[in-house]
Design a protein around this ligand. Structure first.
Ligand code: CAA
Length: 257
């Protein structure tokens, strides 16, 4: 399938999805959402893909939902059309997904980065939820995912003032996993994705599901869920191979990769 608002590249077992609306700083419009959802669906079905990197340009990961597309909407359009509701499908991607962020990650751009499993940021990255400056609030999970990720104080600060936070502050407060020089961003993210894609795919999916469960349930239920998932890995030939390889002092050759 060919895409107009994104680029999709396969590098071995890693897929790189590049947001590609440079004239609008990769603003997230309905066409881009449709293409990104289609690409993630395609990658989800592709057994040859073990991890996905989502990135943008040097200047912008994405400067938010497309304001020009939203401007004419009334309440009935937004509500009845469930505007922005389609992003839940992106967030529900089962394969591990890394956001490689350079430049602006604002509004929906920051929210898309937070839908990924972790964020690797260039030292040029700037994060923010400036919706308040437009007379609205985040609508793609910003208040919820950010509060769960970095806590109430910074989330309130960012969402209520609309200010931007640089990469160093974002790493300090735990929004991003790593900060790297801008020139190393994509290769660092791809190397991390390759590492993940080299492991057992059922096991990496279970890790993702279990960590995400921590944000949705009580500790007792989360621990039970993790333990049962852990038990179920003993039904995998990849568990036999991984443990045999350790004992035999050789690299593991996982079948479900
Ligand atoms: N939607 C539509 N177009 C956008 C856009 C957006 N979110 N962000 C930037 N653009 C467009 C600009 O309109 C401009 O287009 P023209 O050349 O046709 O005028 C082009 O991209 C370049 O932008 P700027 O000239 O503004 O570039 P800059 O370097 O001076 O400023 C910026 C960069 C600070 C990111 C500024 O563009 C900006 O503030 N953008 C809007 C950020 C924002 O408010 N995001 C939140 C959107 S709402 C949202 O996301 C809701 C949600 O949760 C669902």
């Amino acid at each position: 399938m060919t895409y107009e608002t994104i680029r999709l590249e396969r590098r071995g077992r890693v897929a790189v999805v590049t947001l590609d609306r440079p004239k609008a700083l990769n603003a997230l419009n309905t066409a881009l959402l449709g293409e990104l959802s289609a690409a993630l669906g395609e990658l989800g079905r592709d057994e040859g893909i073990g991890a996905i990197v989502i990135t943008g340009s040097e200047k912008a990961f994405a400067a938010g939902a497309d304001i020009k597309e939203m401007q004419p909407l009334g309440f009935a359009d937004a509500y009845l059309g469930d505007f922005a509701g389609g992003w839940d499908q992106v967030a529900a991607t089962r394969k591990p997904m890394i956001a490689a962020v350079a430049g602006f990650a604002l509004g929906g751009g920051c929210e898309l980065a937070m839908m990924c499993d972790f964020i690797i940021a260039a030292d040029t990255a700037k994060f923010g939820q400036p919706e308040i400056t437009l007379g609205v609030l985040p609508g793609m999970g910003g208040t919820q995912r950010m509060a769960r990720s970095i806590g109430k104080a910074k989330t309130m600060d960012l969402c209520l003032t609309g200010r931007m936070m640089d990469a160093e502050e974002a790493e300090r407060c735990g929004l991003v996993a790593r900060v790297v020089p801008a020139g190393d961003l994509l290769e660092t993210a791809i190397a991390a994705a390759e590492k993940i894609a080299g492991f057992s795919l059922p096991a990496t999916l279970m890790v993702k599901e279990a960590v995400n469960r921590a944000f949705e349930t009580s500790l007792a239920e989360g621990l039970r869920f993790e333990r049962r998932q852990f038990h179920s890995t003993f039904a995998l030939d990849d568990q036999s191979e991984g443990m045999a390889a350790f004992v035999e002092k050789r690299p593991a050759q996982f079948r479900h990769r």
